[in-house]
Design a protein around this ligand. Structure first.
Ligand code: ADP
Ligand code: GLC
Length: 494
């Protein structure tokens, strides 16, 4: 099976959130299961400098007026995963964010940048570049690659099969017509959305299969509340749409080996976790107090993540004698409110505004509780990292959070399934009620350790879900796993 996994970010080459983690961990897990997998992504400067063994493999034909395109092949810096990078100085060779400039405005040419990425991916997949490797399946992710299934579907003749995964229905890649280059798509292609062109809609409509990142979110986005206007498009896909739960990369997110931690530990011996807590308190200039519960918050600071509600709950947290450590960036109003609160109460709240991979790891390990609320959450990875690190998550009952955290109550304590705290109402009251249950359990060390042990020993590696993706690829292509040749009589054709 040959698979091309196309994405706008992949850890550690370029990351703004969970998509990057998935775009490395899932291909790596598929590779372990015998798939010949290549990742494709833009050649951002930060990604290019990390690429191992880079080679120019093609000078790309001009497309949409872009004539400086190169295709570069190389390897991830820290694992044997091959990657194609789409290089264009015009589109990707700039300082600033992946999708936004330094002040947080979307790049004005995002429609062109990601149309180009999709075009190059489609050309490679269809054998229209000098690269001889061609995939059986093209797996596209999020709106940035939404045009890719469309370009492939419109190709006449044999073509690979396509899977499109939506990691978040709130990010749709909707552009005014004049921002979008002439895509050359056949008449009749429908991916308009309220007068705009929607790259997400194109992916959802034209991929052979559509997935999202948890079973509960798959159900939720069929409703107007969570589907953001595209619920009808999804419903029309019927059984071609499904939810497959994300996993975690257990080589990167493992408290026994994590290279960012000052001490290591595991489920059997959590002594190192106390050292991680002490060092985190020291680094963040919080009082070093082993018995004071430390609540961590590692997140984009947005309404999706209820970061606004966290601000409302700050006085409650302060009055409970807990410490709160935040690392995040996003909404400037929320950033400013957190920074001000942290200046005012430095012994209670340490807010680090910005993006810091090392601190995120240290926070997952050094905190006692991870607060991960959300108005909606397609999957969420931080609660999974927290479980593995024995940091009990407090989450809202939505999407992947609901699928991965078992609320602590008498029943789940007896059944030995409890792993965190779950609340329903997306309000400050809902959140603090669950937090107060977490703080009460913290004061009961025996039960705390029991739940911690249960959390740390839950299975959240990628192998199971990678197996489900393999099944899906196999179903649509008829290509056997781990083999390069096709099954007799099977054609990789539309
Ligand atoms: P989302 O992708 O919606 O932001 P996820 O929980 O799926 O949420 O993934 C978030 C990822 O980004 C995790 O790896 C988390 O550790 C990381 N992360 C979020 N905010 C920061 C930050 N400010 N600094 C470092 N890592 C962060
Ligand atoms: C998105 C979602 C998040 C998910 C991640 C990886 O960013 O918001 O819930 O975990 O993608 O799939």
């Amino acid at each position: 099976m040959r698979l091309m996994f196309v994405t706008s970010e992949a850890y550690p080459l370029a990351k703004t959130g969970g998509l990057a983690d998935v775009s490395r961990a899932l291909p790596a897990a598929l590779q372990r299961q015998g798939t010949d997998v290549r990742v494709m992504m833009p050649a951002y400067p930060r990604a290019m400098v990390q690429l191992r063994d880079p080679k120019i493999v093609a000078q790309l034909d001009p497309a949409f007026g872009i004539d400086d395109g190169l295709l570069i092949a190389g390897m991830f810096p820290d694992c044997d995963l091959p990657v194609f990078m789409v290089s264009s100085t015009t589109l990707f060779g700039r300082a600033g964010g992946l999708y936004q400039d330094n002040v947080g405005n979307d790049w004005a040419d995002n429609a062109l940048r990601f149309a180009f990425l999709s075009k190059v991916a489609a050309d490679l997949a269809l054998g229209q570049t000098p690269v001889s490797w061609q995939p059986d399946v093209v797996h596209a992710n999020d709106w940035h690659t939404g045009l890719l299934p469309l370009f492939i579907a419109q190709h006449e003749g044999p073509r690979p099969q396509t899977v499109f995964t939506t990691h978040n229905m709130a990010f749709q890649g909707n552009f005014a017509r004049e921002q979008v280059p002439d895509l050359g798509t056949a008449a009749g292609a429908d991916f308009e959305f309220y007068g705009k062109i929607s790259y997400l809609k194109a992916g959802l409509r034209y991929a052979d299969r559509v997935t999202t990142v948890s079973p509960t979110y798959a159900r939720e986005i069929l409703s107007p509340e969570c589907g953001f206007g595209l619920e009808g498009v999804l419903a029309a896909r019927g059984s071609d749409f499904s939810g497959i739960l994300n996993g975690i990369d257990e080589t990167i997110w493992n408290p026994a080996t994590d290279r960012f931690l000052p001490a290591h530990y595991g489920a059997r011996d959590t002594t190192g976790k106390h050292v991680c807590k002490r060092e985190l308190q020291r680094e963040l200039e919080l009082p070093i107090a082993p018995d004071v519960p430390l609540i961590g918050f590692v997140s984009r600071l947005t309404e999706q993540k209820m970061a606004d509600t966290l601000i409302e709950a700050l006085p409650w947290i302060a009055a409970r004698g807990a410490q709160l450590a935040v690392i995040g960036e996003g909404d400037h109003v929320i950033e400013a409110a957190l920074a001000a609160a942290s200046d005012k109460n430095p012994t209670i709240l340490a807010a680090t505004i910005g993006y810091d991979e090392a601190l995120a790891h240290k926070l997952h390990a050094g905190s006692d509780i991870l607060l991960a609320p959300a108005r909606f959450e397609p999957c969420g990875l931080t609660q999974l990292y927290a479980l593995r690190y024995g940091t009990l998550p407090v989450v809202r009952n939505t999407g992947g959070l609901a699928d991965t955290v078992v609320d602590t109550n008498n029943l789940s304590l007896c059944a030995r399934t409890a792993s965190g705290f779950v609340f329903n109402d997306p309000t400050s009251d809902g959140m603090v009620t669950a937090l107060s249950r977490a703080l009460a359990l913290y004061r009961d060390p025996l039960h705390w350790q029991l739940v911690q042990l249960q959390a740390m020993t839950r299975e959240f590696g990628w192998d199971r879900s990678a197996g489900i993706y393999m099944e899906l690829y196999r179903e649509i292509t008829g290509v056997a796993p781990g083999r390069d040749e096709k099954l007799e009589g099977d054609e990789v054709a539309a």
